[in-house]
Design a protein around this ligand. Structure first.
Ligand SMILES: Cc1cc2ncn([C@H]3O[C@H](COP(=O)(O)O)[C@@H](O)[C@H]3O)c2cc1C
Ligand SMILES: O=C(O)c1cccnc1
Length: 352
């Protein structure tokens, strides 16, 4: 049952406009032609507004990976078998996944949370088990999850942000692992954007054109089955989402409530961001889009959120990997804002 006083409907915190204004003024005094640092200037100014300081910092980065299996995987929508979700979580715990390498290189903290797995995950202190069910239901037949399951998933994300906040995190990255989740993400994108599966459903891990046509057909079938729910963003997420997508949605909303900047990764993360924006208005001001995913349909979502991706490396991995690669850009934007000399300090003549 929808209750408007539920925490996830609370609008995002207001950005600190005074800090943003002060950062803008400082940019004009730094020893460079006005605007010469391009988007790095905008990033520093936005971060100043989010962190409430003229000298923002994103030294302390937290990456939280949410993993879960999907009922829709039974319909052959991925190039890989469903067991890969659990196998990749184990790989992440051992430090061998792409995101493990990137997190190490950044000195970023990483947390692994499993919300649903068809393969039992061995007890491992590096993996947090928040199992809701082995997988979501197949959304071509019924709602992917129940109201209670969605609330639990959202709360798992919120709790992860509370732990990150407690550790002094300055930038939050959500990553995901879940075979079949590009189908769920595409279905969500179609529902929230009222778009055609032909435009937004793509090959994910790399299926051929015949299976892609089948994947589009399944999404169209799910949209037909659940369309009467699409006026309600919560019910839309319940019908079409995944546990990991919903947890990421909850995490993003908690960031926007607790004044924590969000770096959004690729296709699946952006679907979670879109869900978050429909539940929690204004959250897009707390977000940066890290990169353009090669998955077609990503662009429609970043456009709808009003976000311009920082990188375009042709990546289509997920795990938070594209976001990790964009961290140095944000870090350097902050360092330039904080450490460059002003014209007055350096004795350099200012321009007009
Ligand atoms: C080895 C491997 C590592 C991954 N890391 C992220 N994904 C990505 O691929 C999956 C989504 O694609 P689809 O919808 O086609 O299944 C997700 O788990 C996503 O994070 C991976 C996929 C595989 C196979
Ligand atoms: O951009 C992503 O997040 C993505 C794209 C394809 C497969 N897995 C993840």
């Amino acid at each position: 049952m929808k209750r408007l006083d539920d925490w996830f409907y609370t609008p995002a915190a207001q950005v600190n406009l005074d800090a943003q204004q002060a950062a803008l003024a400082r940019q004009a005094q730094l020893t460079k032609p006005h605007g010469a640092l391009g988007r790095l200037e905008d990033l520093a100014i936005q971060l100043a507004g989010l962190q409430g300081t003229v000298t923002p910092s994103v030294k302390r980065v937290r990456i939280v990976i949410f993993a879960a299996d999907h009922g829709i995987a039974a319909d052959n929508v991925s190039a890989f078998p469903q067991e890969v979700t659990a196998q990749m979580v184990a790989n992440m715990a051992r430090g061998g996944a792409a995101i493990s390498v990137l997190a190490r290189a950044l000195g970023a903290g990483i947390e692994l949370i499993v919300l649903g797995s068809v393969v039992p995950i061995a007890s491992d202190p590096r993996i947090r088990s928040e199992i809701i069910a082995p997988s979501t239901a197949n959304f071509t037949q019924k709602a992917a999850m129940t109201d209670a399951q969605l609330r639990t998933a959202l709360a798992v994300g919120r709790a992860a942000v509370a732990r990150a906040r407690g550790g002094g995190t300055q930038l939050f990255i959500g990553g995901e692992m879940g075979i079949g989740n590009t189908t769920a993400a595409a279905a969500l994108a179609c529902a929230y954007l009222n778009a055609d599966p032909a435009q937004l459903v793509g090959p994910g891990t790399g299926i051929d054109s015949e299976r892609l046509a089948h994947k589009r057909q399944l999404v169209a079938q799910a949209l037909e089955l659940h369309h009467h729910q699409f006026k309600d963003p919560f019910a839309t997420l319940m019908c079409l989402g995944g546990f990991e997508i919903a947890a990421m949605t909850g995490a993003y909303i908690a960031c926007a409530h607790s004044r924590l900047a969000i770096l959004v990764d690729g296709f699946i993360s952006t679907a979670a961001a879109l869900a978050a924006q429909r539940l929690c208005p204004g959250i897009e001001h707390w977000m940066f889009a890290a990169h353009s995913s090669a998955e077609p349909g990503h662009r429609a979502m970043t456009d709808a959120l009003g976000l311009t991706p920082l990188l375009d490396l042709g990546m289509r991995l997920g795990e938070g990997s594209g976001a990790a690669l964009a961290v140095p850009i944000l870090r350097h934007a902050c360092l330039l804002q904080s450490e460059m000399a002003t014209f007055a300090e350096a004795g350099v003549a200012d321009g007009q």
